[in-house]
Design a protein around this ligand. Structure first.
Ligand code: GLV
Ligand code: GLV
Length: 351
């Protein structure tokens, strides 16, 4: 018997053969080059053993009940899983495959890029050239000045704050250490197994910075940081964790960088914060309500707000790895083998 699997997006000529060459699979692929249509999906998933989804496909009770008891695995081509209702999967004993690690470098690169773009007025300066206005701006002592995020002379104290301190945050910090960052403050959920009593001292040695401090106080993170990186999972538990109260506590010279999920940030409060100068600027790869974010969005209109269309992992190298890992997770789950990257759902089984 062949296992029916549904793939919500064509993964391209380098990865689709991984799935097509498996004789055990009966493959159904969403045929268009746009978001998988929900109606099509619900018509095609009944009786399937596995589904490969994008972060735009909502995996909820309706989805799982429509698949029926044959479903063994959901494989998402993303590191984030806020589109997946974890307790519903856990209750049904369905495995969730995802794609951590392979995108860490690409997203960390983009995080640094966003910090630089936001602090150095990239949006305004690019538009001056784009609009043909360069001839009317001569090089002037303080034209287009932004904030400097480096201090190789170590004369300035630069504190980088991380909301969430997982793989991507650490890779971002590693990239910034040569900029002369000397202090780090982070707030993250205490459930990580690798945390030890000396974790901060260990991080200081690992990254070669003067001080690393964990805080449980969002206000303290906001007050002390010159750059705040939001690198935490989305979902209800982190909804609008960056709110007006947080933004008002930030330094007027500081920038906020969000490469994770738009739902963590209250967009209206952020637009107001940048517009009224509570903070210097923001670099966003994600916005609440995306992809329905148009040119008249308050954040898009803000000159000191750099908004990118969720491209953190978008390098050919990384997307190829994510797609093939998602395909391998799907195959393994359908065949009852161990997944390369399975999200543990144990903590979601109890009500
Ligand atoms: C991208 O946002 C991802 O979750 O992989
Ligand atoms: C800038 O181009 C400088 O020469 O200082």
């Amino acid at each position: 018997r062949r296992h029916k699997v549904v793939v919500c997006r064509d993964l391209g000529p380098d990865v689709m053969p991984l799935l097509r060459e498996r004789r055990e699979l009966e493959l159904i692929v969403w045929p268009e080059d746009k978001f998988c249509d929900r109606k099509w999906l619900l018509e095609n998933i009944p009786g399937c053993s596995g589904v490969l989804v994008m972060l735009s496909d909502i995996v909820n009770e309706e989805f799982l009940d429509t698949c029926g008891p044959s479903l063994k695995v959901v494989s998402t081509m993303s590191v984030g899983y806020d589109h997946v209702k974890l307790p519903a999967l856990a209750q049904r004993g369905i495995k969730l495959g995802y794609t951590p690690d392979v995108l860490t470098d690409a997203v960390a690169d983009l995080s640094v890029m966003l910090a630089l773009m936001a602090s150095r007025n990239a949006k305004q300066t690019l538009s001056v050239v784009q609009n043909g206005e360069w001839p009317s701006f001569s090089w002037a002592p303080f034209a287009f000045c932004g904030r400097q995020i480096s201090s190789s002379s170590q004369k300035r104290t630069i504190t980088v704050g991380f909301l969430g301190f997982g793989r991507i945050a650490k890779a971002t910090l590693a990239r910034l250490v040569p900029f002369g960052i000397n202090h780090v403050i982070f707030l993250s959920s205490p459930k990580s197994k690798r945390d030890s009593p000396n974790e901060c001292a260990e991080f200081e040695r690992q990254f070669g910075v003067k001080s690393v401090r964990r805080t449980a106080d969002l206000q303290e993170l906001a007050r002390e940081s010159d750059i705040v990186f939001v690198l935490a999972p989305g979902g209800p538990s982190t909804h609008h964790i960056i709110d007006e109260y947080f933004l008002r506590a930030m330094k007027p010279t500081a920038v906020l960088v969000n490469p994770s999920r738009g739902t963590l940030v209250d967009s209206d409060a952020l637009a107001k914060a940048v517009h009224e100068g509570w903070i210097w600027g923001a670099g966003l790869d994600v916005v609440e309500g995306e992809p329905n974010v148009t040119a008249d969005h308050p954040l898009v209109k803000e000159p000191r707000c750099v908004v990118l269309p969720h491209v953190g992992s978008a390098t050919f190298e990384t997307r190829l790895e994510m797609a093939s890992l998602a395909a391998r997770n799907l195959i393994a789950g359908v065949l009852g083998e161990e997944l390369e990257h399975e999200l543990g759902l144990q903590s979601y089984t109890s009500p």
